[in-house]
Design a protein around this ligand. Structure first.
Ligand SMILES: Nc1nc2c(ncn2[C@@H]2O[C@H](COP(=O)(O)OP(=O)(O)OP(=O)(O)O)[C@@H](O)[C@H]2O)c(=O)[nH]1
Ligand SMILES: [Mg+2]
Length: 345
């Protein structure tokens, strides 16, 4: 006898295979199987009915269990540099760089530009296309959430990057009404910390992509500039930022636009403007000052979106004046040099 089987050499206990090639559960040679063999004979019937019920319940259910997966991180809705590079290979794209401290109004300018162009409220431009509509929608969403008819305190939220080292870019294709020219622009939405790190510690590795920018917006918080106690600090930091930028873009200096927000608090006083210009004058970069109000608290002073079109025109250039097709030139006496040549001799 071997194990539970009476037959010498049967390995049913180890291998599960009966030496007599019978069903191990019902083989009579196995010790103690007789009784259980009967129960085996009955149970399959009960099991079969249960199984049948179970099967009928499972009709229409998914055939395979879904595998347990860790939730994926949401994809970035702004464009990565690789996508923008591909875009730039296919057509001319004007790259605009945006720098500015936290809460200066960088994102608000982007939201305002997007809302103005998507609602057809720019006089000289119309919307043609965008490769990052969801990116614009994401930053514009907060502007649409009103509390019982009141606009929110914060129109935009502090910009946070999914990847602290990779910039996210937004793309717009606009059609200039005056000459029908289509212009592609890319604009980054970066957190203010990137600019603050550039000013404080000259950290510019993350801003490498901005070296190719044709135009650079340096956004300055107009509220801080208007406040006497914070004014000098803001002007000094702007000067330092201009210095860093000059250093960064030595080979190909961009056109710089100092964008002063909070125009809804009134036009910048001449004395503040003079001090700004004096600080700017210390640098070699060409700089223009544009006052904007992407969001206006007081619409009596100016509407939301004030100055954004001027900023766009200053960034991509207004349409060149069309040359007169056939200018009439009345000949002046003695001006026909060829015919008059040596006539006097
Ligand atoms: N009234 C008024 N509010 C403004 C103006 N510009 C910006 N704001 C407000 O300032 C807040 C901060 O502006 P953001 O555009 O988020 O600032 P940011 O530079 O993107 O800030 P970070 O993302 O933190 O770097 C916004 O929620 C607006 O409500 C403006 O011209 N007028
Ligand atoms: Mg922001």
């Amino acid at each position: 006898m071997t194990g539970t089987c009476k037959i010498e050499g049967c390995t049913v206990d180890d291998t599960g295979k009966c030496a007599m090639e019978r069903d191990p559960a019902t083989c009579e040679s196995r010790v103690g199987v007789g009784a259980s063999a009967n129960s085996f004979a009955i149970t399959p019937k009960v099991g079969a009915s249960e199984e049948g019920e179970e099967q009928s319940q499972n009709i229409g259910a998914p055939v395979l269990e879904s595998t347990e997966r860790a939730p994926a991180f949401p994809g970035s809705t702004t464009l990565g540099l690789d996508v923008v590079n591909r875009l730039m290979r296919s057509r001319y794209v004007t790259s605009i760089g945006i720098l500015g401290e936290s809460n200066s109004g960088k994102t608000a300018c982007l939201v305002s530009l997007y809302l103005l162009v998507s609602n057809g409220q720019l006089t000289g431009w119309t919307f043609a296309d965008s490769a990052s509509l969801t990116g614009f929608e994401d930053i514009a969403r907060a502007a649409r959430v009103w509390n019982e008819g009141q606009p929110p305190d914060q129109i935009t939220l502090h910009t946070e990057m999914a990847d602290d080292r990779q910039p996210g870019l937004l793309h717009l294709r606009l059609k200039r009404k005056s000459d029908g020219q289509r212009v592609d622009i890319t604009l980054p939405d970066l957190p203010g910390e990137w600019t603050e790190a550039l000013i404080k510690s000259s950290r510019s590795d993350r801003l490498e992509f901005m070296r190719s920018a044709e135009t650079m917006w340096l956004v300055v918080d107009g509220k801080v500039l208007r406040e006497l106690t914070t004014r000098q600090g803001a002007i000094t930091r702007l000067g330092e930022l201009l210095g860093r930028l000059e250093e960064m873009t030595k080979e190909c200096p961009p056109k710089v636009i100092v964008v002063v927000t909070y125009r809804d608090k009134g036009a910048l006083e001449q004395s503040i403007r003079d001090r700004l210009e004096a600080e700017i004058g210390k640098r070699a970069l060409p700089v223009e000052i544009v006052e904007v109000a992407p969001v206006a608290d007081d619409e009596k002073v100016c509407n939301s979106g004030f100055g954004i079109e001027a900023l766009l025109d200053a960034s991509v250039g207004a349409a060149p004046k069309a040359a007169e097709f056939w200018p009439s030139t009345t000949p002046m006496a003695g001006s026909r040099a060829y015919l008059g040549y040596r006539r006097d001799r």
